[in-house]
Design a protein around this ligand. Structure first.
Ligand SMILES: [Zn+2]
Length: 258
């Protein structure tokens, strides 16, 4: 692990400052907006116009189903040209997708499950919760390791230090297990309400687990085990299918094409 100890102590120091300050949602949203903008300029983004249109289409369809204030929030999505099977969400409606996610999210419905999950992290204020939690100090070290580890394939030193500073601010910390489960279940309802088939989420997490057998995508290392996750999704499926059937009956049919 490429981790000079000075950098670790800086991360811990900053995390302690952030924790003791107990930030508000407004603070976190403005930090997120700044960091997201910085990532967009410093990490290569895709120039694939069709792919961008597709990703935005899925996000738009799902956001249309959200309660206020989220439906009219200024959602922003960026697609980073990087092979990691990863995605992230930050407070204030910022979503990042790495193109590598499409190796596991192979259909419209599977990709909608990823987007529903990320949107649910935002609607449930997970970034704010995470930053305000005391265990954040340990989290900074682990996320820094995850983000700058050799397995990420993220190229330049500049990219690494950007991700580190973003992690230090707590904006990209891995969410806790409970938050991941909450995002899974609420995300399922969101995608289903937009007319995406929620049953596809099961195959998505199976694909994730298979992809992890080679080199684990970071997405997995911060998420519940796939067996737990799939079990929980199956338990919640009847409710999600009600939303899905209502959506289909009312003529909602996602038209997003990759
Ligand atoms: Zn998550």
């Amino acid at each position: 692990m490429l981790m000079p100890s000075l950098r670790v102590s800086m991360a811990v120091f900053i995390a302690v400052l952030v924790v003791s300050a107990c930030v508000s949602r407004g603070d976190v949203e403005s930090m997120s907006a700044t960091e997201f903008q910085k990532m967009r300029t410093e990490i290569p983004v895709t120039r694939d116009v069709a792919l961008l249109a597709y990703v935005n289409c899925v996000v738009r369809d799902i956001v249309a189903e959200l309660p206020e204030p989220y439906r009219t929030m200024n959602w922003e999505v960026e697609v980073f040209d990087n092979d990691s099977a990863n995605a992230f969400a930050m407070a204030g409606g910022k979503i990042g997708i790495f193109v590598g996610i499409f190796t596991v999210a192979q259909t419209n419905d599977q990709f909608a499950a990823v987007i529903g999950h990320e949107i649910a992290h935002v609607t449930q204020d997970h970034t704010v919760e995470r930053i305000n939690r005391a265990q954040v100090t340990g989290g900074v070290i682990s996320v820094t390791s995850i983000l700058v580890g050799d397995q990420t394939g993220l190229g330049t030193a500049g990219t690494q230090s950007l991700l580190e500073s973003t992690a230090e601010l707590g904006l990209l910390l891995p969410f806790g297990r409970k938050q991941e489960s909450e995002a899974d279940l609420e995300g399922l309802d969101f995608m289903a309400s937009a007319g995406f088939d929620p049953r596809a989420s099961i195959q998505l997490w199976k694909n994730m687990a298979n992809a992890a057998e080679g080199a684990p995508p970071e997405f997995l290392s911060t998420h519940p085990s796939s067996d737990t996750r799939i079990g929980d999704l199956i338990s919640h499926m009847p409710e999600a299918l009600n939303y899905y059937n209502e959506a289909i009956a009312s003529g909602k049919q996602p038209r997003c094409q990759k």
